[in-house]
Design a protein around this ligand. Sequence first.
Ligand code: BGC
Length: 816
Amino acid sequence: MFKKNTGGYLLPILLTICLFSCAQEGEKNKAPKLGKDPVPEIVAAMTLEEKAILVCGTGMVIPPSFFEDLPEGDNPFGAFFEDNKGEDPEYDAMVERVRKFVPGAAGRTAEIPRLGITTMVVADGPAGLRINPERDENNDKYFCTAFPIATLLASTWDTELVKKVGSAMGNEVLEYGVDTILGPGMNLHRNPLCGRNFEYYSEDPLITGKIAAAMVNGIQSKGVGTSIKHYAANNQETNRNSVDTIVSERALRELYLEGFRIAVEEAQPWTVMSSYNKINGLYASESHDLLTKVLRDDWGFKGYVMTDWGGGTDPVAQMKAGNDLLMPGNRDQSKEIEKAVREGRLDEKVLDRNVERILNIVIKNPRFNGYKYTDKPDLKANAEVARRAASDGMVLLKNSKNALPFSEGLKKVAVFGNTSYKIITGGTGSGDVNEGYSVSLVEGLKNSGYSIDEETRDVYLKYMKEAEENQEKPVIAFLGAPPIPEMEVDIAMVKKLAETMDIAIITIGRNSGEGGDRKAESGDFYLSEQEKQLVRDVSSEFEAKNKKTVVILNIGGVIEVASWREYPDSILLAWQPGQETGNSIIDVLSGKVNPSGKLASTFPLSYDDVPSISNFPGIELPMTEEQKEENEKVLPSMRKVPSRVVYEDDIYVGYRYYDTFDIPVAYEFGYGLSYTEFEYSNLELSSDQFQGRMEVSVEVKNSGPVAGREVVQVYLSAPSEKLDKPLSELVAFAKTELLEPGQNQTLSFELNPRDLASFDTASSSWVAEAGEYRVQIGASSKDIKQAGSFQLAEEIAVKTVHKALSPQREIDRLYP
Ligand code: BGC
């Protein structure tokens, strides 16, 4: 494969051809075949060129619509996305062939038929499979289910449920002929403004790791792969391609790496995606510490690592670091790798190792194993899973005077807010799904037998249509259109509706995604004046008529609530619940589903209270003329602007900060209301001395009027003689089964030395300090219901890990 043709005189030519083709035929028969022969034999039979081609993907087909408003010939995605066509016809033909598989997939690896190596198709993630919904060759549709966003799934605190979502998603991956889905995303919510927080789970690494492991196990149970991403410390979109994240080893180990560790150890994802950013001076994809010492040597990761799309700059360094596959990949990269081997800059053994890791996954792929995919996943069943998961992850933030659930006899609902009519199912960018339909809030109401005021609806639809027409089109549709400002609602209309309707709903919507962070401004983190006015007017007019007002938050990340939450009677945090949004919301409002979601990230009183505020998104550094020129040519989201962010907030992220530093918040980590109540009793610890393990159990009783489920959270406060520690940390959690009124359940948890330990940088080990440990069982991080304690007589050195990822500069770290 990929060899040049030669010429000569006729007879010798014929002879040569005969001999050559016989030899080739013989070689073909002799050549080992993947699947039949051991992987090392395949690697041994590969040419250097073939190896180099395999470790680089086959590029990316960028839909023409992306370029619409740009000068011809420009490629706003940058050099990594160049096609390098025409240099090697055989290679080009191979690329053309593999690119036919699953249009809209984000990438494909090379195929090498002589060795039986098939292509591997990878597609986004993480809220569902992302492929083109339509194809040129037929009129069929290739829709995928838009599942609820990751943040909502984490708010379920229900690993069994998330596993079911994963398995439904896996069904679509398999049946559409994709081998690996590019998800789940599992970076921490370090700062509420990160534009991709919706793709991530939580501010806490335990819940992140457990939910991700459930998702990976669910998806992979279908025989397809996952790629947990973006490894690691990719907690912002501003300058995501180049920002140097300066972070302590302790914060890395305890927070930013911990979720990934749990997912690797508990679910063995087939692949890991390295992140765009640098960590302590090195690109994640070029960091041997990150990809080899930590990921493989410390945690035992068995799959392969791929770059994020166009991540890093040096293919040779990436190979050496253990970044096995470069995506989307191009021919320049493979040529550079080949050259580096020839010139002795890259040991071929390193390349062999990377190739072997890729092939070990290729042989698991459904495509390799000849799976006859149907292009007909069970969309109906999967929509049901999405609907149920969505309502289980909604968080009831406020419910005064039992405004919810809707009382019997309630029929007529006054509906306000643009987003009620045009619901946001999920975020933008690669995390967006091409679903076949979405259920808006008003449709959800109708589906459940409620009526709305048609005139109000018409006013909203007309307003939004006009606003959309007058709006500037986004250059890249993929990155999402700017929001339409909330309509100024005529107070006479509100008064009239307060007379005639039974209840009011106002939906507040927010959207964001890849390539940009949100802003701590009105209309984004804060409600706009228009929105606040709407909430105030509707609430007071309805209250005057003795009727209730409910605010629905259709958002992908945390917003400010403290300045307006007093007005409505209820606030339901619906997140972005996927294609069944309207149905799922109404399931909760009507009481069909009793809300049981709890916050997996804190809602602070104000953005000013966020611990990373002075270190987000960091600073930009001077650029060379050459860098400036390069950056001019590409999309802002693909620019490589020298920049730095220092994680001075260190281990004090989210509730670890607010609780330790006693900063009041609007709604704390773990918070969420129910239509029923729960009583906690009988906390039992297996001993008052820790000897290798500790069993903790507690009884939870539904003491309220309706059936419901409770998320039970176990927090641990550790002694802090040697190392400073957060006031307490989540060490375990569980969700009760559906408890009928009066019913109770005993929940048991096991604490291991690891749960007691903190990371001691000096010894590069996890250490549990001797002293008293307080166990607190709560309905949230602040609502502690039962507490006890035990002693650890002597310090335990739980595990020593590799010294890795040391920062090269001082960090003025926050500590109590
Ligand atoms: C995103 C990844 C995504 C990849 C492929 C990148 O821009 O950061 O999350 O998987 O594109 O679409």
